[in-house]
Design a protein around this ligand. Structure first.
Ligand SMILES: Nc1ncnc2c1ncn2[C@@H]1O[C@H](COP(=O)(O)OP(=O)(O)OP(=O)(O)O)[C@@H](O)[C@H]1O
Length: 305
């Protein structure tokens, strides 16, 4: 078993608190680290991979601290968000250099195996400067995998990938999770996390906001108050019928939009009641659209829950 334990971990830079008192365990399988930009995902991943020391609390792999512990580093592979590659090298040379840095007994064989895993054998002798974004990502992956780590951490790995490359990487990560490795990837896109992760950790503004499987996170998001913009053939009559229904907690008339802004607190009841109530008062619904579905607003609800 290989489990990362993050216990009351914080990291600050001057007076910026990037990670604030986070406790979570990441075990085998694929975990998605979800959060909006600037939430602290990269900082947390850098602490998990031994590139940053926590300012307070601890980050361990099983019982061993990670920071400055060579045995922990041997178990961990990091695919960073930024490109830090030597473009004049070939992909094969880049992966081989990493195998040598790890002091592996047969670096050549290790590099070949890693390149094969990411299906980059055919392009291994081309210079990195000629690679597409997806190929660069795969070579970064190969160099993170060259020492066969049991923990693989990826920072925003799907950024800038086309759908085919995305599918390919998803398949690879899924396989690694199925093999029993601990795979964690960060993302600010819920759909990406939904497709791949069996477990999700949500962080917002440096704090741990929620944890669970996709259904649980989705439910938290669905159960939050929703705001709808509604236009109808008689907004006043519709508002009168809606305000007395327990599925709503407030209604305003937005003059600029020429529409009602309705705050719904019981989502399933509201969606069932709205057409019924409209019919009862003889009003036709012209527009019903959610007005605050941005991921930022969903996240800020989760963190205040
Ligand atoms: N070296 C640093 N010096 C000062 N502030 C930093 C440093 N690294 C991160 N921060 C700040 O810490 C906060 C969290 O940053 P971090 O990069 O961890 O977030 P993130 O969730 O990975 O965001 P993104 O998805 O945009 O990369 C931000 O406010 C950022 O400006």
């Amino acid at each position: 078993m290989t489990t990362l334990h993050i216990t009351k971990a914080s990291r600050w830079f001057g007076n910026v608190v990037a990670v604030n008192d986070i406790t979570m365990d990441i075990g085998p399988g694929v975990t998605g680290l979800l959060g909006p930009n600037g939430a602290g995902k990269s900082t947390l991943i850098h602490m998990m991979s031994g590139f940053l020391a926590p300012s307070a609390g601890s980050v361990t792999l099983d019982d061993r601290p990670i920071w400055r512990h060579a045995e922990s580093y041997r178990e961990i592979g990091l695919v960073p968000e930024r490109e830090g590659m030597y473009d004049y090298l070939t992909g094969g040379e880049f992966v081989l250099a990493n195998a040598e840095l790890h002091g592996l007994p047969d670096p050549g064989a290790a590099a070949r195996t890693a390149l094969e895993t990411v299906e980059m054998t055919a392009a291994a002798d081309r210079r990195i400067s000629t690679y597409s974004k997806g190929m660069r990502q795969r070579v970064k992956m190969a160099s993170a995998l060259v020492h066969q780590p049991s923990v693989l951490l990826l920072d925003e790995p799907f950024n800038g990938m086309d759908p085919r490359q995305r599918m390919h990487l998803m398949g690879l990560l899924r396989r690694m999770g199925d093999e029993g490795r601990t795979v964690l990837f960060s993302s600010h896109i819920l759909e990406e996390v939904e497709q791949l992760a069996t477990h999700i950790e949500v962080i917002v503004a440096g704090r741990h906001a929620a944890s669970g499987d996709y259904r649980r996170i989705r439910r938290l998001m669905t159960d939050r108050p929703h705001r709808y913009l509604i236009r109808s053939t008689d907004d006043r009559a519709l508002a009168g019928a809606l305000i007395v229904d327990p599925s709503t907690s407030g209604i305003e008339f937005d003059a600029a939009e020429g529409a009602l802004l309705v705050q719904a607190v019981d989502f399933p009841r509201f969606t069932a009641q709205l057409p019924r109530l409209a019919r009862d008062v003889g009003v036709r619904l012209l527009t019903v659209s959610p007005s605050d579905e941005s991921l930022e607003s969903v996240f800020s609800y989760l963190v205040s829950a």
